[in-house]
Design a protein around this ligand. Structure first.
Ligand code: WT7
Length: 632
């Protein structure tokens, strides 16, 4: 791609073009890709439906753009550098040629097991190269992948399998994380008891733990690829065919399946990757996310590989065998761009600089942050101790739904400001509206962050429920995509994300719906009612605080709290486990019966000096009781 922004003037120039003539702007970028058939029209859209199409009627396969498009120049270059959990285990350096071979072979193996275009395939795997191979093999044959983070419980996995009627599950026997080996296949077995659509399960042997294999359903990965040819023709995909579904939490109900499609996602992830990180040929890039999240999809797998980059994939955790692991890996592979989450930075910052000092870190050119607001202290620590004060820090704001980075500095070009995501990427038309949907123009304003024009990698629908997509994102404010985030535009026109304005909490960069956690808590037979809120947490950004009304008969509070935590673990997974559970005599409610979360948030945040007017509550007396019993 030859559309890399080089200067600040260049950025403003590109941005201007992208707004005055978006079709011409995106057509020029899209022209550098390989299309089996060119588009009839660049974009067709309305936000009422919503109905959004990019590169209308074009045909392509994203894997041809990763492999065939670049093979002549890239064949022997490393595509994926895989670093295992255990530093003593052999790493893998997989060239583009080798990755192409593995993808084709596995694509054929999936076909042989009855999977084809349009079928849904669940990927529930650890951070091993086969997870990327699985995604790309699906894309090769037009199967729609849905990666489920391997930390989710069997019941969360079953919900996702059922929601998309998946035909196949790709998994592993187990998962190495730090000093532990975690069972994975048994979780799949349990999930499959609650589902009926899955015909085949392919199991990669990673930990060699004993697992049960069900005859006729379960196949070992190595058997599935045995003597399978490594040439597989790329399926012709329409630009608007689904590429993948990724489940994410919202403020209501069960997680929804965010749908991304082939053409637009390809163009935008490649474009944003090269620009934000200022990737140049030969650079080694590392994003520490898990492929189970959108960051892993767009900026470990698709964006970097489309750009012909070398992408590092790390199986382990930042603190194993010690808190210097990240920095050891940076030096080992001479990483040039490093992209991680504020929660990881804060966790490592707590160990001080001793684990950092043995490493040179002099290969780093750009450092990045994603997933949650980065507080100024973490920003400065990251900038000085990791970036050595010389690497631009790109604070990238985006969402599962946006598919790619929306607001971010262009590394080394856009001046940065701690805790500011700074400016929108070309093509991204932001608006800030007040509670009534009135646009707040000019600088020094604060309100709800919306987007008024489509961009190629935006979500198209929520799987199986288009109305939900419309209600969640396109109905709050007329003709606008609503992000759910609050934002400030300062006196220089720079954007600072202020956090969610809905009932969503961000725990270590992972999105959790308060309703979802409440539903899980309410599954415990002794729970009468619950209310969950977020509270400021030093490492995780936000923690989970649950206020619960229980039938205490015959139980100790301590046991009950432990059981409720276990229930949440079982229904969603450890990431949703509340940090605090407080058993309360009642929940503050309005006269119409609505829980006053504002009050609970204040109690959970130890901010009880000014509770506001509580006299209009149905039961003002519970507020005092809750305050007294607060677990802080
Ligand atoms: C929500 C999206 C983007 C991939 C990982 C999370 C918050 C994300 C930032 C940032 C402040 C951020 C927002 C957003 N968020 N990046 N740089 N600064 N907040 O994806 O799970 O879809 O969550 O994460 O609140 O809406 P996600």
């Amino acid at each position: 791609m030859s559309d890399k922004i080089q200067t600040l003037t260049g950025y403003f120039h590109e941005y201007g073009k992208s707004v005055t003539n978006p079709e011409e702007f995106w057509a020029k970028i899209a022209d550098s890709f390989h299309w089996q058939k060119r588009w009839d029209k660049v974009v067709e859209w309305d936000f009422k439906g919503p109905n959004v199409k990019w590169f209308v009627n074009a045909k392509l396969n994203i894997t041809e753009n990763i492999f065939e498009r670049n093979m002549y120049t890239l064949g022997d270059k490393p595509a994926i550098i895989w670093e295992p959990n255990d530093p003593k285990e052999q790493n893998q350096i997989i060239t583009y040629k080798e990755l192409f071979h593995r993808v084709n072979q596995f694509a054929n193996a999936m076909k042989a097991q009855g999977v084809g275009k349009g079928d849904r395939v669940i990927i529930y795997m650890p951070m091993i190269p086969e997870a990327a191979v699985a995604m790309l093999a699906c894309a090769r044959i037009g199967a729609i992948h849905s990666v489920v983070f391997a930390g989710f419980s069997s019941s969360a996995l079953a919900d996702r399998i059922n929601d998309c009627s998946a035909k196949m599950v790709l998994t592993s026997d187990g998962n190495f994380r730090g000093a532990k080996s975690i069972p994975v296949k048994p979780v799949v077995d349990e999930a499959l008891e609650k589902t009926s659509t899955v015909e085949k399960v392919i199991v990669y042997q990673r930990t060699h733990e004993n697992v049960s294999m069900k005859g006729g359903r379960d196949i070992w990965w190595h058997d599935a690829i045995d003597e399978v040819p490594d040439v597989c023709k790329a399926e012709e995909m329409d630009s608007e065919d689904m590429l993948f579904i990724l489940y994410t939490s919202g403020s209501t109900g069960k997680p929804k399946g965010v749908v991304h499609t082939c053409g637009g996602y390809m163009v935008y992830t490649n474009y944003s990757f090269e620009n934000v990180f200022q990737y140049s040929k030969g650079d080694v890039y590392w994003c520490t996310a898990d492929v189970g999240w959108i960051t892993g999809h767009s900026y470990i797998v698709y964006g970097p590989l489309l750009a012909g980059a070398t992408t590092v994939m790390f199986e382990g955790v930042p603190t194993f065998p010690d808190a210097g692991r990240f920095w050891k890996i940076v030096d080992k592979y001479k990483v040039n761009q490093f992209y991680t989450a504020p929660t990881a930075i804060r966790a490592l910052q707590a160990f001080g600089t001793d684990p950092v000092s043995p490493y040179k870190l002099d290969s780093l050119k750009v450092i990045g942050s994603v997933g949650e607001p980065i507080n100024e202290e973490a920003w400065h620590w990251y900038h000085s101790h990791i970036g050595k004060g010389k690497c631009p820090l790109v604070d990238t704001w985006w969402q599962t739904e946006t598919g790619g980075i929306m607001i971010s500095p262009i590394a080394g070009i856009t001046p940065t400001k701690p805790s500011y995501a700074t400016l929108p990427l070309p093509g991204i038309q932001l608006v800030i509206v007040d509670g009534d949907g009135k646009e707040l123009q000019g600088n020094s304003v604060e309100g709800n962050l919306c987007i008024k024009y489509p961009w190629p990698s935006m979500l198209r629908t929520t799987y199986g429920d288009h109305e939900r997509c419309k209600q969640t994102y396109f109905s709050t404010f007329k003709n606008l995509y609503f992000t759910g985030d609050g934002v400030k535009r300062d006196e220089d026109g720079y954007y600072r994300i202020l956090g969610r304005v809905d009932d969503v909490i961000n725990v270590s960069g992972h999105r959790m719906g308060t309703a979802e956690v409440e539903n899980a808590i309410n599954e415990h037979p002794k729970v009468v009612e619950s209310a969950v809120v977020g509270f400021p947490h030093d490492i995780k950004g936000q923690g989970i605080y649950a206020f619960v009304i229980c039938d205490m008969e015959g139980r100790s509070e301590e046991n009950l709290i432990a059981e409720i935590k276990e229930t949440v673990n079982k229904i969603i997974g450890p990431i949703a486990r509340p940090d605090h559970i407080q058993i309360v005599p009642g929940l503050p409610k309005t006269r119409s019966g609505k829980i006053m979360r504002r009050i609970l948030r204040k109690i959970a945040s130890k901010d009880t000096d000014n509770m506001g007017d509580i006299s209009t509550l149905l039961n003002p007396e519970v507020v005092e009781a809750i305050k007294e019993g607060a677990k802080l």
